[in-house]
Design a protein around this ligand. Sequence first.
Ligand SMILES: NC(=O)c1ccc[n+]([C@@H]2O[C@H](COP(=O)([O-])OP(=O)(O)OC[C@H]3O[C@@H](n4cnc5c(N)ncnc54)[C@H](OP(=O)(O)O)[C@@H]3O)[C@@H](O)[C@H]2O)c1
Length: 264
Amino acid sequence: MNLHLKNKRALVSGSTSGIGLAVAKLLAKEGAEVVINGRSQTRIDNAITSIKKDQATARLTGIVADFNDETSVRSLIKQVGDIDILINNVGIFKSQGFNETDDADWKEMFNINVMSSVRLSRAFLPNMLENNWGRIIFISSECAMLVPEDMIAYSATKTALLSISRGLAQVARGSEVTVNSIMPGSTYTEGAQQFLKERSLQENVSEQQLAEEFFKSTRSTSLLGRFTTTEEIASTVVYLCSPLAVATNGATIKADGGSVPGIL
Ligand SMILES: NC(=O)c1ccc[n+]([C@@H]2O[C@H](COP(=O)([O-])OP(=O)(O)OC[C@H]3O[C@@H](n4cnc5c(N)ncnc54)[C@H](OP(=O)(O)O)[C@@H]3O)[C@@H](O)[C@H]2O)c1
């Protein structure tokens, strides 16, 4: 399918690894020019090299910025220029009991997971409206609706994104700008790989067994029953960026392997 993304320019926050990198890769493959972001030039360079390995002609630039630092975000916004597509992907998570999660943890989580997308959307939506075309995608999580007890702060940030996303879609009413959220399920990123590896060594159980146990006990609602790959999430994200996806607007799209129960 031709997604008609040639000549579009995209910014993907937090795109040196994981879901962000997979989205950047696929956008580039579809012909979009992509701005990569992470906290260090080395990680950006590595991401660009890894994309160019498969797509030598990919149009890529990189901007270093830390979303936990407002000044750094302001500098990124100044450097980016006009974009047609904004992927609010950057996000951190911690598995922590509610009473162990102090104010500093809450503030950091909200600053990176929520305020990053507020600041970027505020900066780039006006120009999209002026051009009468744009796509903003919020990368939420299945946790927005499942709310695991050891991830209440993280889940709250991911639920907040759903409101912001819906609200902005309404702000863009009557235009060809769409704003949507995607809720990925448990995804096999480098972080997940590392976590399984460490637990496997500690507990002397294979990574495969640990993964199976996770879907039996912790994420037993998953219909897929396995981690999704970053590419499987990226394909949903990039489709929603396409002009072909204009009818999907103000929506929350599950890409969770069916882990969030219910029809809607
Ligand atoms: N993985 C999952 O199972 C899963 C499930 C549902 C939703 N999600 C959501 O999907 C998104 C991506 O998750 P992921 O697991 O793919 O992430 P990841 O593999 O941990 O990658 C994180 C990316 O964000 C960047 N980053 C982290 N902190 C940053 C900061 N303060 N400023 C700028 N960049 C920063 C990292 O860049 P550097 O390290 O180079 O700075 C890296 O590029 C997140 O919003 C997450 O909540 C993930």
